[in-house]
Design a protein around this ligand. Structure first.
Ligand code: F3S
Length: 62
């Protein structure tokens, strides 16, 4: 499973790293970045939840 954050779309709300801290991290640019690709097996559900929770649909998990 791969995760992607569209940097142009992310508004830096911080939700995804709080839901899936092993997959997403806030960086100095104020945006979320993927820190684990492929997504670790134990974090796949959290990554999907983050995808569904992002208010601007900036996350793609497949
Ligand atoms: Fe950005 Fe969405 Fe995460 S706005 S910080 S990608 S939940």
């Amino acid at each position: 499973m791969k995760a992607k954050v569209d940097q142009d779309t992310c508004i830096g709300c911080g939700l995804c790293p709080s839901i899936a801290p092993d997959v997403f991290e806030m960086k100095d640019d104020g945006k979320a970045h993927v820190i684990a690709n492929p997504v670790p097996a134990g974090s796949e559900d959290a990554a999907k939840e983050a995808e569904g929770s992002c208010p601007v649909n900036a996350i793609e998990v497949e």
